[in-house]
Design a protein around this ligand. Structure first.
Ligand code: SER
Length: 913
C-alpha cells in the first residue's frame, strides 16, 4: 500500500464505524497560552473534553499535522539520529466525545491493524496502565481484560505513569492510555530476545505505533486531577511509523513518505544516502544530515504556512532554531555553500496536495521566507563555526606553551618533534569545555541557538559550560528587563460574575458596573486595569487597536480610559486612577471621533484587501494588520514591489467602492463551514470557532471573517489614500493608507505645497518641466563656478611663486589666499609644487568664516630634513583652535577661530628658521 492508500484506509475505516471526518487544525496555536504548537490530534478538541464546548459530532476522525519540538512533548534531539522520531508528523486519530469508550476503541484498533492492514498478530504488543499510588489512580484492569479477548497474555504489558498516563501538557485533559507496539526485528533476533522486554526501551525496531487514551481528568495548575464531566476516547497513530511497518521497512525514511525528499537531497549534494550507516561509519554524518533536512523542512514549511514566521522570540524562535539547525547540516555536513534548504519546499508542497493544501497554496511565499532566513544565517554561520576551530587551536597552543610539562632531556630532534605532537594530540583529545561566554557570543553575535552549539559540541565530544552560558544570558535578560519591568497586582473581585458582555457593535455608551480591578506598575508608573460587566469598549484584537474614552460616574467624576485589551476572554480597561465610588453604576463612553475614524480605517482595510486580490492576484494574503484612528497598515504576501500603476489601480477600486456607499452587512453568528463555502476570506493559521462573524461589503466584493468595528456604509470612509508601500520581511510587503479627514488633510497639504512651488516659479504652465529646467541650469552653473575657481587658483600660482623666499636651501611661501574651498587650495598647492623646487608651503584661507590650513613640503625636504607636513599642520592648527593631519608631504587642518590665521603664518616660519 502507498502512504496515500494507508491514510485513506484509516479514514474510510472510521467512517464505516460512524465517524465524521474533520480537517486538521493549524499546526500553530494562537489562543492557548499553555501550548505553542499542536502536539497531538486532540488539541483542537480540548474545549470539548473539558466540557466548555459542544461537539459537532460525537465520533470524529482525522489526520492532524503535529509538531513535537517544545514543552512536554519534545522529540527534536532524536530526529535524524534515530529513524522514527520527527519534528512534524501526521497523527491519525479517532475520537469519541462522551460516546463509545474502551471496549469499542480497543476492538476497532485491533480490527483495523490486523484485518484491514493485516499486521501479523504475534508482532504486536499492547500495554495498560498499572496505576499510581501517589496520584490515587488504580490499575486499568478493564483495559487488560478487554485486550485479553484478542491478544495473548504475554503480549499484554503493564506500564507506569510515564508511558501509560497521557497528558497534553503541564495542565489540561489527560487519562490512562493503552499503547500498541510493533516488533519488526527479523525472526532469528525475535527468537533470541523476547520482544516484550524491548517495549518502551528505545529499541529502533520495537516501536509504538498507536496510543488509545481514555480521557477522564483535567490536570489543574498545581497538579490536582479533576474528573471530567464525561469520559472520552482520544487515539493517535503515528502515520509515518504505520507506513513504515506496513511497507516492511526498518526506517521511516525508507518509505514513500520520505524517499523522494531524501533522494532529491542526495542527488543535489552528490552524496549517497546509506540508510544502514551506523555511528562511526564514514557516511553516518551524511545520513543523519539528509534525514534532518527531509524532516525539518516539514516542520518549518507547515509552521510558516500556518502563519508562524521565524522570529527572535516565542514560537517564532522555535521555528528559527529548527531552521538554523537544518542549515548548519546543509552547509557543514552536506557541503551546500549556497542556500539549498528552501529548494525542498516545492517537492513537499506537491506531496501534501490534497492532504494539507495550505502549503501548496502558499508554497512560493514559504520558500521565499526560508530562503531569506538561510541567506541571513549563512552570513554568520561560517564565522561562528570558525570560533569552534579557534577554541581547539587555542587549547592546543596553551598546552604547547606549557610544554614540556616535566623537564626532560631529548636525545634527538625526532624525539622533540614526537613529544610536541603527543602534547598536541592529548590536548585535542581531552575533554574540551566550551566556555559559557563563548556559547553566549555564538548566540548573540553569530545567531547560533544554544541547542545548535550543544549539537556541534556533542559531535566533537566537547561539553558546554552551561552554568556560565546561563549566567551570561541571565545578565543580558536582566539588562533588558530592568528597562521594561512590569509589576501586576492581584485582581480584586467586586462581583463574582465573570461573563462580560460586549455592546460595542451596537452602541458607544453603556451603563455598567466594575466587576474587578487591579493595580499595575510599569516603569515606575501606576496604572489600573478595570473589568466591567458590560462594555462598549473594543479590546485590541485582529489588528484593530483598543478603544479610548471615559467612565462617567453619577457623582460627576470622570475617569479616562487610555486603552482596552483582551486577557483570557476578559475586556480590560486601562485607567490612571480608580474612581471614588467603585461600586457605583457608571456610563462607559467610547471616544466617538476616534472610534469612527478607526471604523473607517478598518472597513477600508477590507476594501483594500479585496482590491489587492483583484489587482495583484489571489496569492495576496494578510500577514499582519494594524488599524487605529490615524491610519491603517496592511502586511501581505507578495514578491515584488507594488508598482505605482498597481497602487493607483488599487486606490481607484477602493474609492469606487467608497462612492458606491455599500451598506455594511454584519452577520454575527454564521456557521464556520457555511461561511467558508460562501467564499469568505479567512486567515491562514487562524483557528475559528464553530460560529463566526462575517463582515460583507457587497457580496461579490469583500466578505471577511472579522471581529472588528466598521462603518455603517462605505461612503463614511470619505476618501482613501495610500501613503506608503515598503518591504517588511521576505515575501511580505506593507501598505500604509489613510481615510476620511486624514486623507482630506493629506491632499490639502500636498495641494498647498504644489501651489507654493508654482508661485515660487511664477506659475509656469508645466510645473515639472520648469523644475527640470531649474535643475539643469543649476548643474551647468555649478560646473562653470568650479571651472572659474580652478582658473583663479592657477592664476594665483605665478603670483605666489614669485613670493617664494629662500631660507637656506628651502623656498618658503606662507600666504593667505582668497579661495572658497579646500579643493581649490589643494589644487593650487600641487601646482606650486610642480614649479617651485625645495618648496615649504603654508596656505591659509577663510572658507565662509571657517579657517583652513594647507601644508605642502617637497619630497626631498621630507627625506633629507625629516620634515613632516602632518605633524606641522597639527601644531599650526592650535592657532585656530582646530586640528588636522595628513601625509609627510601634504596635510590639511581646519579650526574654529578665524582670527588666528595670521598667527599661523607667523608660526610657519619657525619650522624653517
Ligand atoms: N493524545 C494521544 C497522543 O498524542 C493520543 O492521541 O499520543
Amino acid at each position: 500500500m502507498t502512504a496515500t492508500e494507508i491514510r485513506q484506509a484509516f479514514l474510510d475505516f472510521f467512517v464505516s464505524k460512524g465517524h465524521t471526518i474533520v480537517p486538521s487544525a493549524p499546526i500553530v496555536i494562537k489562543n492557548d497560552p499553555t501550548l505553542m504548537f499542536t502536539n497531538a490530534g486532540m488539541n483542537q478538541f480540548k474545549d470539548i473534553f473539558l466540557g466548555e464546548a459542544a461537539p459537532k459530532a460525537s465520533r470524529v476522525a482525522d489526520t492532524q499535522r503535529c509538531l513535537r519540538v517544545s514543552g512536554k512533548h519534545n522529540d527534536l534531539e532524536e530526529v535524524g539520529i534515530d529513524t522514527y522520531h520527527h519534528t512534524m508528523f501526521e497523527m491519525l486519530g479517532n475520537w469519541s466525545f462522551g460516546d463509545y469508550f474502551k471496549k469499542e476503541a480497543i476492538a476497532w484498533s485491533w480490527e483495523l491493524l490486523t484485518e484491514v492492514y493485516k499486521l501479523p498478530k504475534d508482532r504486536l504488543y499492547v500495554t495498560y496502565f498499572e496505576g499510581d499510588e501517589k496520584e490515587g489512580l488504580e490499575a486499568d484492569t478493564e483495559t487488560y481484560e478487554l485486550w485479553k479477548q484478542y491478544v495473548a497474555e504475554d503480549h499484554i504489558l503493564r506500564g507506569n505513569k510515564k508511558d501509560n498516563f497521557w497528558e497534553m501538557g503541564e495542565t489540561g485533559p489527560c487519562g490512562p492510555c493503552s499503547e500498541i507496539h510493533f516488533d519488526s526485528r527479523p525472526d532469528n533476533e525475535r527468537a533470541e530476545v523476547n520482544g516484550a522486554t524491548l517495549v518502551n526501551a528505545d529499541h529502533d525496531q520495537v516501536i509504538e505505533i498507536w496510543n488509545d487514551v481514555f480521557m477522564q481528568f483535567n490536570r489543574l495548575k498545581g497538579g490536582v486531577l479533576q474528573p471530567l464531566p464525561n469520559k472520552h476516547v482520544d487515539t493517535g497513530m503515528g502515520f509515518e511509523r504505520l507506513v513504515r511497518v506496513l511497507q516492511g521497512k526498518t526506517s521511516n525514511y525508507d518509505t514513500d513518505v520520505f524517499q523522494p525528499m531524501i533522494q532529491f537531497i542526495a542527488d543535489k549534494s552528490g552524496k549517497k544516502y546509506n540508510s544502514a550507516a551506523k555511528p562511526g561509519d564514514a557516511d553516518w554524518n551524511d545520513a543523519v544530515a539528509m534525514r534532518v533536512l527531509a524532516d525539518h523542512i516539514r516542520a518549518i514549511s507547515f509552521a510558516i504556512a500556518d502563519g508562524q514566521l521565524p522570529a527572535s522570540n516565542k514560537a517564532g524562535y522555535v521555528i528559527r532554531r529548527i531552521l538554523r539547525r537544518a542549515v548548519r547540516y546543509s552547509y557543514q555536513t552536506l557541503g551546500f555553500k549556497e542556500p539549498f534548504f528552501n529548494q525542498l519546499v516545492p517537492l513537499l508542497a506537491e506531496q501534501f496536495k490534497g492532504v494539507f493544501n495550505n502549503l501548496f497554496e502558499q508554497k512560493d511565499f514559504v520558500q521565499k521566507v526560508i530562503l531569506e532566513e538561510e541567506l541571513s544565517f549563512l552570513r554568520t554561520l561560517e564565522k561562528g563555526l570558525r570560533r569552534f576551530d579557534d577554541l581547539q587551536e587555542e587549547i592546543i597552543t596553551n598546552s604547547l606553551e606549557k610544554f614540556p610539562s616535566t623537564p626532560k632531556t631529548f636525545s634527538s630532534t625526532e624525539e622533540v618533534m614526537k613529544a610536541i605532537q603527543d602534547t598536541a594530540n592529548a590536548a585535542a583529545n581531552s575533554q574540551i569545555v566550551v566556555p559559557g561566554n563563548l556559547a553566549f557570543e555564538l548566540l548573540d553575535t553569530y545567531g547560533f541557538p544554544i541547542d545548535l552549539t550543544e549539537l556541534i559540541s556533542r559531535e566533537k565530544g566537547w561539553i558546554i559550560d552551561m552554568e556560565g552560558f546561563n549566567l551570561a544570558l541571565q545578565q543580558q535578560k536582566e539588562r533588558s528587563r530592568a528597562a521594561t519591568a512590569i509589576d501586576t497586582g492581584d485582581w480584586i473581585v467586586l462581583k463574582d460574575d465573570e461573563s462580560v458582555e460586549f455592546t460595542g457593535y451596537d452602541e458607544t455608551e453603556t451603563i455598567a458596573h466594575i466587576v474587578k480591578y487591579r493595580k499595575v506598575t510599569a516603569k515606575g508608573k501606576e496604572q489600573y486595569q478595570l473589568v466591567l460587566d458590560k462594555t462598549p469598549f473594543y479590546a485590541e484584537s485582529g489588528g484593530q487597536v483598543g478603544d479610548k474614552g471615559e467612565l462617567v460616574f453619577p457623582d460627576g467624576e470622570i475617569i479616562q480610559v487610555t486603552d482596552t485589551k483582551k486577557e483570557n476572554g476578559l475586556i480590560v480597561h486601562f485607567t490612571d486612577k480608580l474612581p471614588q465610588d467603585i461600586d457605583d453604576a457608571l456610563t462607559a463612553i467610547v471616544d466617538p471621533a476616534l472610534r469612527s475614524q478607526t471604523n473607517s480605517n478598518h472597513s477600508a482595510t477590507h476594501l483594500l484587501h479585496a482590491a489587492m486580490k483583484q489587482v495583484l492576484g489571489s496569492h495576496v494574503n494578510q500577514k499582519g494588520s494594524l488599524v487605529n484612528a490615524d491610519y491603517l497598515r496592511f502586511d501581505f504576501s507578495h514578491f515584488a514591489k507594488v508598482t505605482d500603476e498597481e497602487l493607483a489601480q488599487i486606490e481607484a477600486i477602493v474609492n469606487q467602492k467608497v462612492r458606491e456607499n455599500i451598506p455594511l452587512k454584519e452577520e454575527r453568528s454564521v456557521l464556520y463551514a457555511e461561511a467558508i463555502t460562501s467564499g469568505v476570506t479567512a486567515l491562514f493559521g487562524e483557528k475559528y470557532g464553530e460560529y463566526v462573524r462575517v463582515i460583507t461589503f457587497d457580496d461579490n466584493f469583500s466578505k471577511e471573517l472579522c471581529g472588528g468595528t466598521h462603518v455603517k456604509a462605505t461612503g463614511q470612509i470619505g476618501f482613501f489614500k495610500i501613503i506608503a508601500e515598503s518591504a517588511v520581511a521576505a515575501g511580505v510587503r506593507r501598505i500604509e493608507a489613510i481615510t476620511g479627514v486624514a486623507a482630506e488633510k493629506y491632499i490639502v497639504t500636498q495641494n498647498a505645497l504644489v501651489n507654493q512651488l508654482k508661485e515660487l516659479l511664477k506659475n509656469p504652465k508645466d510645473l515639472s518641466k520648469s523644475i527640470e529646467g531649474l535643475l539643469d541650469e543649476n548643474a551647468k552653473l555649478k560646473k562653470e563656478i568650479e571651472k572659474s575657481i580652478l582658473e583663479k587658483s592657477s592664476g594665483l600660482k605665478t603670483e605666489l611663486a614669485q613670493k617664494a623666499e629662500a631660507i637656506g636651501d628651502i623656498n618658503f611661501i606662507a600666504q593667505k589666499v582668497a579661495l572658497p574651498n579646500a579643493d581649490a587650495v589643494k589644487n593650487l598647492a600641487y601646482q606650486l609644487k610642480d614649479i617651485v623646487s625645495n618648496l615649504f608651503l603654508v596656505l591659509v584661507a577663510d572658507f565662509d568664516g571657517k579657517p583652513g590650513i594647507t601644508v605642502m613640503i617637497a619630497e626631498n625636504l621630507v627625506k633629507e630634513k625629516g620634515l613632516h607636513a602632518g605633524n606641522i599642520v597639527k601644531e599650526l592648527a592650535k592657532e585656530v583652535k582646530g586640528g588636522g593631519g595628513g601625509q609627510p608631504f601634504f596635510a590639511t587642518a581646519g579650526g574654529n577661530d578665524i582670527s588666528g590665521l595670521d598667527n599661523v603664518l607667523v608660526k610657519a616660519r619657525s619650522f624653517v628658521g
